[in-house]
Design a protein around this ligand. Structure first.
Ligand code: HEM
Length: 131
């Protein structure tokens, strides 16, 4: 699969799985929720793999200031995924933590939307390397 197609498929899969994570969390389907979290992390890993492939096709430096902004957001987003993971484990031990877990989850989802938008913007502006 080409990096472009691989990235698009894995990214859309990650978004769809995030939707399943939220839906199963809201319905307290705990086992399914945790399965969806695992699958989301795997799909995110594949998305990052293909994103590095895209970086070898597009001259991202030429997209300008949006490139470093997107890279900081992408790294922050990946690290921020730990927030719902930590608060989720806390919620299993102490159900009162559930509202905190919900806020952490919605924060990460909002950050994912902003990160995706800046990533799309960056690719839109970046020319392809001459082959
Ligand atoms: C290891 C990771 C995670 C664990 C252990 C976990 C665990 C939980 C638990 C125990 C609940 C309460 C429902 C129940 O009683 O079964 C819950 C709810 C929820 N989870 Fe997670 N979760 C994890 C990751 C995530 C992630 C990554 C997201 C989304 C980014 C997420 C989104 C939600 C949402 C939206 C709810 C409903 C909260 C509410 O409305 O009260 N969770 N999760």
């Amino acid at each position: 699969m080409s990096p472009g197609a691989g990235f698009l498929v894995c990214f859309l899969l990650t978004l769809a799985l995030l939707g399943c994570v939220v839906a199963t969390g809201l319905r307290a389907r705990r086992a399914l929720h945790l399965t969806c979290v695992g699958l989301t992390v795997a799909a995110l890993g594949a998305t990052i793999y293909f994103a590095y492939g895209l970086g070898r096709i597009y001259d991202l430096e030429k997209a300008g200031w949006i490139t470093p902004v997107h890279h900081v957001l992408a790294r922050t987003n990946t690290a921020a995924l730990l927030l719902p993971v930590i608060t989720g484990i806390l919620t299993i031990r102490r159900p009162a933590t559930r509202p905190l877990h919900r806020r952490a989850a919605y924060f990460v989802i909002a950050l994912t939307v902003v990160t995706a938008a800046t990533g799309g913007w960056m690719l839109w502006l970046a020319p392809k390397f001459a082959t």
